[in-house]
Write a protein that binds this ligand. Structure first.
Ligand code: AMP
Ligand code: MG
Length: 397
């Protein structure tokens, strides 16, 4: 199965959370909107000055050097009087442009002398005036359901006065980690043991995606223990994500437990790193079993689990975005789609991808060093200078 086919199947099978909750805008960062939100005001609410300067009637300033009496002063937060012909109003950024005025001249173009101002430029109607409703019209939809709320969306909602709205409830994701060789960091290593790095990679990824985590810890490599924890995980969460134990080895009990308790939809993907990815269902929960190798966990999470989680969260933008960069390395053709850890550098005025020298699926340093992944199509070699698709970690996590 190709990566693209796998993503399609995963997204097809993923249910969207239906439950929602009301949330205060202060707590809404990274939540997914569960309703369309419309504005009940124009933004800006009134024509206002884009500059510190003088509000005038453009017809009074058709030649440079017009001398006008300054009839009033309008700071932001106050409302001026109607501007009489052949006069000017001192005005500040954000203040309402008074009736009668149709332009603002920036103060750098003016010379004040006592109660008059000389306007040293020709003034065009509408200049330096921010029009009522030019950003948002009263009654228009500001954001639609499915939008993930970033800082700029929060600002946008605040600009129309919304302080509370409906978002999807948080997705609950249960995890556990298989392998008799893995132990928690902080403990001394015995012969044959390794630290459970996947737990921290996965927790970090889930936290960055705003999931509620049910962490069931390390599970011994027996079928009995695996079945027990899988049941517990499925009961507690919308989605179960694990690492390890999903290939064909005799000690790979996650796959067997899943086949016993639920259904396993697919589990071999033509990619590197990360070939064995399990996907299925247990009770009411979806299941995704990521490979055990630390880099494979990271890469398969970004490619599969991330889109799955976004879909379940109700997000309308679930697919990873690729941009084109120039490869600064050669790479041989292989029979699987590969994801190489690269860093972006500038080379001859272009963005070039440099390769981490060790691309092994156990070399976690590569993921930490890299800015993202270059995607190498199946059976296609790369020659330095080729344009290749790049997936940035920034923006994905
Ligand atoms: P498995 O899929 O269980 O055969 O594991 C594949 C490789 O990943 C083995 O080298 C494991 O030791 C390693 N591995 C599995 N789980 C973890 C983990 N939680 N943290 C770090 N490495 C792991
Ligand atoms: Mg194992």
């Amino acid at each position: 199965m190709s990566v693209e086919q796998a993503i399609e199947k995963i997204l097809d099978a993923a249910p969207v959370i239906e439950q929602y909750e009301s949330i205060d805008i202060l707590d809404a960062l990274n939540r997914v909107l569960a309703e369309d939100l419309s504005s009940t005001i124009d933004v800006p609410g009134y024509d206002n000055s884009a500059m510190d300067g003088y509000a005038v009637r453009s017809e009074d300033c058709q030649v440079p050097g017009a001398v006008l009496p300054v009839s009033q002063r309008i700071p932001a937060g106050t409302v001026g009087e109607t501007l009489q012909p052949a006069t000017a109003a001192r005005i500040f950024t954000g203040a309402p442009v008074p009736e009668g005025a149709d332009a603002v001249v920036m103060q750098e173009m003016c010379e004040a002398q006592g109660d008059t101002v000389t306007v040293n430029t020709v003034v065009k109607a509408g200049s330096n005036v921010r029009r009522a409703g030019e950003d948002i019209k009263n009654g228009s939809v500001v954001l639609t359901a499915g939008k993930k709320l970033r800082a700029q969306e929060l600002g946008l909602l605040a600009s129309v006065g919304l302080a509370e709205f409906k978002v999807k409830r948080k997705l609950k994701v249960a995890t556990f980690f298989t392998g008799d060789e893995i132990i928690a960091p902080g403990q001394p290593l015995k012969a044959g043991q390794i630290y459970n790095s996947n737990r921290y990679t996965l927790r970090g990824l889930l936290q960055s995606m705003n999931c509620e985590i049910v962490d069931l810890g390390i599970v011994p490599d027996t079928l009995e223990d695996t079945v027990k924890v899988l049941k517990e995980a499925a009961a507690a969460a919308d989605l179960v994500i694990t690492s390890g134990g999903v290939s064909v080895g005799e000690e790979d009990y996650v796959r067997i437990a899943l086949q016993q308790l639920g259904e396993l939809s697919m589990w071999r993907i033509a990619m590197k790193p990360g070939k064995p990815v399990a996907f299925g269902k247990v009770d009411g929960a979806l299941f995704m079993g990521l490979p055990g190798n630390p880099v494979s966990v990271f890469v398969t999470f970004l490619l599969f689990a991330r889109s799955l989680i976004l879909k379940m969260q109700g997000c309308d933008d679930v697919l990873a975005k690729r941009v084109s960069v120039m490869a600064d390395f050669d790479w041989p053709a292989v029979k699987r789609q590969e994801y190489l850890r690269v860093q972006l550098v500038e080379k001859d005025g272009r963005v070039a991808a440099q390769l981490y020298p060790h691309q092994g699926s156990g070399v976690l340093s590569s993921a930490s060093w890299a800015d993202g992944l270059v995607e190498v199509q199946m059976n296609k070699a790369i020659t330095a200078g080729n344009v290749v698709p790049f997936l940035a970690f920034q923006g994905m996590i």
